[in-house]
Structures are given as structure tokens and as C-alpha cells.
Design a protein around this ligand. Structure first.
Ligand SMILES: [Zn+2]
Length: 59
């Protein structure tokens, strides 16, 4: 099922995006670095941005 991402933003190697999931705002953080499979979903944009800022690449 296609997700419609909005407010896509990059913090370091991590992409942040917000999307609507069954009427609720959800926020996704996903690292773009090769060999780093960090990805996480959050209920708040602030939490997703914090995770992106504090992410330490394992790659
Ligand atoms: Zn990473």
C-alpha cells in the first residue's frame, strides 16, 4: 500500500518523513547510509527528529 510522505527532511544521513496512517499522523526515520538498516516509526515528529540527530551509524 503506497504511503504518502510529506515534510520529508534530511538530518545527517537520516531521512525524516511524516505520513497519515489510518487517520493518525505517524513519523518515520530511516537512515540512508549503505549497510545501515536503521529505521523507526514514531508518534511524534519531535521524537523522530531526535532519533535522527542522535543516530550513530553502525555502517
Ligand atoms: Zn545509519
Amino acid at each position: 500500500m503506497p504511503r504518502r510522505f510529506r515534510d520529508v527532511r534530511r538530518i545527517g544521513p537520516v531521512n525524516i518523513a511524516s505520513y497519515l496512517d489510518r487517520g493518525k499522523n505517524r513519523h518515520l526515520a530511516a537512515c540512508t547510509a549503505p549497510r545501515c538498516d536503521f529505521t523507526a516509526e514514531y508518534d511524534s515528529r519531535a521524537a523522530a527528529e531526535l532519533a535522527a540527530r542522535t543516530h550513530r551509524c553502525s555502517a
